[in-house]
Design a protein around this ligand. Structure first.
Ligand SMILES: [Zn+2]
Length: 207
């Protein structure tokens, strides 16, 4: 269950000079208060969505939202709209969205980095590299492990198991799961497999 809701905060209160109260007609005692409503998820502000504003009289304590102001108080309406327009939601009301955006950018960046690594690892294979491969007919994933790397070819052994998990390394990368027969693949074979989506990832243990 996701807990979300809305909340609001006061942003500013400022005098509205030159206008008179629509109720008590006292001059120069009107003020404008602008608030900002925001959506929160688990009480973390996600984004602001509305800026309610009220006009209030400090003499008679009268208070009006924009729509409640009488037609003849057009000067107050205009001043209130101007204050509303000039008011920005406080930055912290965007914090949830900022965190989400950072998360998405980070994830995209990580997958690009991962893609670059794959190309680099394929171009210069090493013994111990693990290729994630996808079976064309079953659509399941399995592993090939490089046991020897030569200038233009690699000798690989294949995992005897496959899984529908597209990140099968944790599950399948155990010595006893691999067969003993080696298959030799050329650099060109590997690139072809990668371009056809048959080789989906390369992992290398960093020492
Ligand atoms: Zn008043």
């Amino acid at each position: 269950m996701i807990i979300y809701g809305t909340n609001g905060s006061h942003v500013r209160t400022e005098p509205l000079p030159g206008v008179a109260c629509p109720a008590c007609h006292t001059a120069d005692r009107m003020h404008a208060s602008v608030f900002s409503r925001y959506i929160h998820i688990y009480w973390v502000p996600l984004l602001p969505y509305r800026k309610p504003a009220v006009a209030l009289c400090q003499h008679c304590q009268g208070i009006w939202e924009l729509a409640q102001l009488p037609a003849e108080a057009d000067d107050i309406k205009q001043a209130l709209r101007a204050k509303k327009k000039a008011t920005r939601a406080p930055w912290w009301q965007w914090s949830g969205l900022a965190v989400l955006t950072l998360g998405v950018v980070w994830a995209a960046d990580a997958s690009i980095r991962d893609g670059h690594d794959n190309d680099a690892f394929l171009a210069a294979p090493r013994a111990g590299d693990i290729y994630t491969v996808r079976n064309d007919s079953s659509r399941n994933y399995s592993l090939l492990k490089v046991v020897r790397a030569h200038a233009n070819t690699v000798d690989v052994i294949a995992s005897a198991y496959e899984t529908d998990d597209s990140q099968p390394v944790k599950k399948l990368n155990h010595a006893q799961y691999f067969g003993k027969d080696t298959v030799t693949l050329t650099h060109l074979d590997l690139l072809g497999m990668k371009n056809q989506g048959q080789l989906t990832d390369v992992d290398r243990e960093t020492e």
